[in-house]
Structures are given as structure tokens and as C-alpha cells.
Design a binder for this molecule. Structure first.
Ligand SMILES: Cc1ncc(COP(=O)(O)O)c(C=O)c1O
Length: 366
């Protein structure tokens, strides 16, 4: 049976009735912008992450821009960001007026390290964006120990755990995306910022509403970027299920290991001590095109997400990296996402692994 790249419908099916009921309540209440649902979700998300504040915004890209602005990032500043991530991680720096400075990753974990960040620091560095890519968790404490504030881009890491806590409360500020396919996804666009810093929280709240605290006096050029009440209501139904879904994602990774996928290709390695809720399960191989062809032929989902890293995208031509990015180039050339979801079964993991085995002409496992 073909295995899809991800399955968002099956985990949501038991919640559909409740979600529809909550949507109806919002519609009947006629309160659509910054009402009780957003306020309640902000409290619940902050509590879940272990952060003091959460601020709902329109999407994960705005969340990064607004969080950077709230940290005081502006023209003349540099922001260090990995080149191997979704384009938005770097794109979001642009509207602050600061310059993106690309750093490398560890291709085994797909995350930045204190060493790769350190190599890109300059006296103008104002912040670092550490992306918890694919659900892995970048070593935030080690990076902040370099003396520079970190924004965790946790768009892909809701539900992951580290010995220091959850994404969202590990650095100075963190951002989330609730794009529908994310570990915690709404029914449209949505995002959030979390922080323990009172001032950053206040500034972010203002910036999401046109730079105004009271809707009368406009203190800054801000944004119109709010999480909708309907989306917040949908997210509130789902949040209590996030940990269970995260366990399912970890179990899916374990199914691939048990099926022997690691004997054929490099599996993603959790950052030391972390328990990633794999948002994407991304393997690496020198024969990745062959593997992609075989999965396609068998009807299984597969995708190379970031074959062209950000520093080689046309829009970033003005920002050539000042340091070599060998880990980025390696990951870009060799990665491939294979199916993952909270409900991926051992049997499905076995079928995908068999297709990889066939692609590589590897002997059948006894
Ligand atoms: C790592 C990362 N950062 C930022 C974003 C941007 O989030 P959004 O699509 O909600 O703007 C995404 C997701 O799309 C992402 O995967």
C-alpha cells in the first residue's frame, strides 16, 4: 500500500466534531479578532512551552520578523541564520532592515551548533536564529553562552523535548508556525511568539497591532498580524493532543530503525539528550535520486525540501556567506524526507524501507 508523505487527517478525525462545534461558537459569538479564544490559547500555549508569554500572530514568518523587531533588531544589525532551513527563516529578517549572515549546520542533526554559529559572529551580530529543523532541537543554551540572544525558530518542533525544557522556552524568544501540515496545525495560516521577557512580549503585542498598545496612539510602524479567533479555537482543541501525536512521531522514527532503514541510509540523529517529535523524517544518502525514484514508483511519498540552500537562492544573492558551509552543501545534496506522521505504522515503515532496499539493490533482511 502506498504510504503518503504525511497524514494530517487520521489524527484529526476523532476531533472533527469538537472542532466544528468550537468554530460554530466563534461564528455565533461574532468575535473574530483578538477575542477570548486567542487570549486563552496564548495562555495555554505559554503554559505548554513553560514560557511566561505567548503572542498569537498571523503566521510563522511574521512571528520571526515581529520577534526580531521586539528584540531591537534593526538596520545596520546582522542576524545569523542557517542556510539549510525553509526560506522564511532568513526571509523574515529582511523587513527588520537587518542583514542575514548565513551559518553552517551539522548535517547529522540538520541543526546549527555553537561552533557553526560562532564562526559567523561579528561585532554587528544582534541575534541568532536557531532553527529546530525537522523537529530536532538546536543547542540553545550553548549558543546563548556565546553572549548573543537566540530566537528559536520552532516552526517544525512543537511537541519536541530537550533536557532543558520544550522549544519555546529555551532561548530569549521563540516562534511557531501553525501551517496546517505542522505538528500543531490550524485550518489556514497562524503563528505565535513565546518569551519569558516582559519587554519583548509587550513590544511584540504592539507590533502585531500596527505598533499600538491602545489602538489610538501609534508608536511604531508595525504590522497587521494577528492569529484569528477561529484558528485559535481550532488550536485549543488540538493542543491537549500534541504530546500524544509527538509520541506517535517518535514511534514512527523507531519503526524505521527497527525496519533496518539505518543499515541503508543515514538516519537523522537527535541532538544530544533531545527527543524530537519528527516533523519530517529526513534521511541522507549518496544515492538519494535513486531512492526518490524507487519511492515514487512504489507510490510512497518523498520530498527533497531544501535541495537549493537559502544562500544560493536568487533573492539572497546580496548576502554571500562569509564562512564555508560544507554541512549545508552536504545536507542539501543528500537529504530526502520519507513518510512520517503520528500514526505511521511499523508495517508502513517496513514498506518504505523495503522500497529503499530495492533501490539500493541491498539484500533482503533475514
Ligand atoms: C523552519 C520554518 N520557519 C518558518 C516557517 C514559516 O512559517 P509560515 O509558513 O507559518 O509563515 C516555516 C514553515 O512554513 C518553517 O518550516
Amino acid at each position: 500500500m502506498p504510504v503518503p508523505l504525511f497524514d494530517t487527517n487520521t489524527p484529526l478525525a476523532p476531533l472533527r466534531g469538537e472542532i466544528l462545534r468550537r468554530i460554530t461558537e466563534v461564528v455565533e459569538g461574532s468575535r473574530f479578532i483578538l477575542g477570548p479564544e486567542v487570549a486563552a490559547f496564548e495562555q495555554e500555549l505559554a503554559a505548554y512551552c513553560g514560557a511566561k508569554h505567548a503572542i498569537g500572530v498571523a503566521n510563522g514568518t511574521d512571528a520571526i520578523t515581529i520577534a526580531l523587531r521586539a528584540m531591537g533588531v534593526g538596520p545596520g544589525d546582522e542576524v545569523v541564520v542557517p542556510s539549510f532551513t525553509f526560506y522564511a527563516s532568513a526571509e523574515a529578517i529582511g523587513p527588520t532592515g537587518a542583514t542575514p549572515v548565513f551559518c553552517d549546520i551539522d548535517p547529522d542533526t540538520f541543526c546549527v551548533t555553537a561552533e557553526t554559529v560562532k564562526a559567523a559572529l561579528t561585532p554587528r551580530t544582534k541575534a541568532v536564529i536557531a532553527v529546530h529543523l525537522f523537529g530536532n532541537i538546536a543547542p540553545i543554551a550553548e549558543i546563548e553562552a556565546l553572549g548573543v540572544p537566540v530566537l528559536e525558530d520552532a516552526a517544525q518542533a512543537a511537541g519536541s523535548r530537550s533536557p532543558d525544557g520544550r522549544p519555546g522556552a529555551l532561548g530569549t524568544v521563540a516562534t511557531f508556525s501553525f501551517f496546517p501540515s505542522k505538528n500543531l496545525g490550524c485550518f489556514g495560516d497562524g503563528g505565535a511568539i513565546t518569551t519569558n521577557d516582559e519587554q519583548i512580549a509587550e513590544r511584540a503585542k504592539m507590533l502585531r497591532f500596527h505598533g499600538s498598545a491602545d489602538k489610538t496612539t501609534f508608536e511604531q510602524i508595525g504590522f497587521n498580524s494577528r492569529l484569528d479567533e477561529i484558528q485559535a479555537a481550532i488550536l485549543r482543541v488540538q493542543l491537549p493532543h500534541l504530546d500524544g501525536w509527538a509520541d506517535g512521531r517518535r514511534a514512527a522514527g523507531a519503526h524505521y530503525e527497527a525496519a533496518g532503514l539505518g543499515e541503508l541510509v543515514s538516519l537523522p540523529r537527535p541532538v544530544a539528550g533531545c527527543e524530537p517529535a519528527w516533523h519530517l523524517y529526513v534521511i541522507r544518502s549518496g544515492q538519494v535520486d535513486q531512492i526518490a525514484d524507487a519511492l515514487r514508483a512504489a507510490g510512497h511519498g518523498q520530498k527533497a525540501y531544501y535541495r537549493t540552500p537559502i544562500h544560493r537562492q536568487p533573492a539572497m544573492a546580496a548576502y554571500p556567506p562569509a564562512v564555508p558551509l560544507p554541512g549545508t552543501e552536504d545536507a542539501a545534496a543528500t537529504h530526502l524526507a520519507v513518510p512520517i506522521s503520528p500514526v505511521l505504522s511499523a508495517e508502513q515503515a517496513g514498506e518504505v524501507t523495503d522500497a529503499v532496499r530495492t533501490a539500493l539493490h541491498a539484500p533482503t533482511r533475514l
